[in-house]
Ligand binder design. Structure first.
Ligand code: 2P0
Length: 316
């Protein structure tokens, strides 16, 4: 008896950066993301263990966060017996590529299928949110939005049903080292920025504008909104009143400069950055090779991958 689920990671173009309820993982803003084909987690759940067991990338682990999440699922779905969870991450773990998004989405999907429960993706997104906020968006292919909501029922993600478009994401992996400030800790600090209220208002407006840009398949507008949204989020970290910090390294800044340079040369290229030093460059499928070449030229040691729009959760 076992069930396997595969969920792809997603990159937020309008970011989630702050919680209004840390227990329910209710965010302070709605967010909007693109699911990527290149990075995913495959999770198999089996039901004949003595106690919950976790195996990540072939190594037994004892992750409190995952044990706690399984207990939240027991509360929400009815008590179920011990599980063995075997998970393989095809995402550089904890390097700002949001492996927690694909991991908690795949785990939620695999557990519910193993229990023979048929639950719509919107309800799965609410469950996965309790493990990691960004996981709520990883059930859907292409573009998804997570509505902040006001309580457990109203904070869920759904597909945008966006038109196809030749969008590409060039991922420049500056460092695969484990990040120093977790997302949750980063958010706790960011909300102490005196600019946080202004950021909330701006993010709400950008969420609306981004939906229109996505539905119009306007990749240039999507990129420019996403870059502005990401840099504003990172400005909160720098201006936090409690323990200001940055995820940027000197390489991050060099890449931002290269992206600006590409734009000055007329290429469509915009940057977004998450809870780590890596830079993801939003571009088109035809421009992506030029972006990769420019990055390799200036920073030959960079590990670069090009991703495009990925699919929603699948089971086998
Ligand atoms: C996002 N990030 O919207 C934002 C932008 C990173 C930067 O969501 O505390 O692992 O587990 O809910 O989802 C990464 O944070 O945070 C994230 P928790 P999560 O993608």
């Amino acid at each position: 008896m076992s069930t396997t689920a595969t969920a792809h990671t997603n990159i937020a173009f309008i970011k989630y950066w702050g919680k209004k309820d840390p227990i329910l993982n209710l965010p302070t803003t709605s967010s909007l993301s693109l699911t990527l084909d290149q990075f995913y987690t495959q999770t198999t759940v089996t039901t004949h263990a003595q106690a919950d067991q976790l195996i990540l990338n072939d190594i037994p682990v004892d992750t409190t966060r995952t044990h706690q999440f399984l207990n939240i699922l027991r509360e929400q779905l009815g008590n179920f017996g011990p599980l063995t969870v075997t998970s393989t991450n095809h995402v550089p773990t904890s390097a700002g590529l949001a492996s927690s998004a694909s991991a908690f989405a795949a785990l939620t999907g695999a557990v519910t299928r193993e229990l023979k429960l048929t639950i719509p993706n919107e309800a799965l997104s609410r469950l996965a949110r309790r493990g990691s906020g960004s996981a709520s968006r990883s059930f859907y292919g292409h573009f998804a939005m997570w509505h902040e909501g006001v309580d457990d029922m109203s904070s869920f993600a759904e597909s945008l049903h966006a038109p196809d478009m030749p969008i590409a994401l060039v991922v420049a992996e500056v460092s695969a080292d484990v990040k120093k400030v977790s997302s949750s800790e980063g958010m706790r600090r960011a909300v102490t920025s005196p600019n946080y209220g202004d950021w909330l208002r701006k993010s709400n407006a950008q969420f609306v504008d981004m939906q229109a840009a996505v539905m119009a398949a306007d990749i240039e507008k999507i990129g420019s909104l996403a870059e502005d949204n990401a840099l504003s989020m990172h400005a909160l970290n720098l201006t936090a009143q409690q323990q200001p910090f940055t995820y940027f390294t000197s390489e991050t800044q060099q890449i931002l400069k290269i992206v600006q340079g590409l734009r000055q040369q007329g290429f469509l290229a915009f940057a977004t950055i998450d809870a780590g030093p890596n830079v993801k460059i939003i571009t088109t499928l035809t421009t992506a090779p030029y972006v990769v070449a420019a990055l390799h030229d200036m920073l030959p040691q960079l590990h670069i991958e090009t991703a495009t729009s990925g699919s929603g959760i699948t089971y086998d």
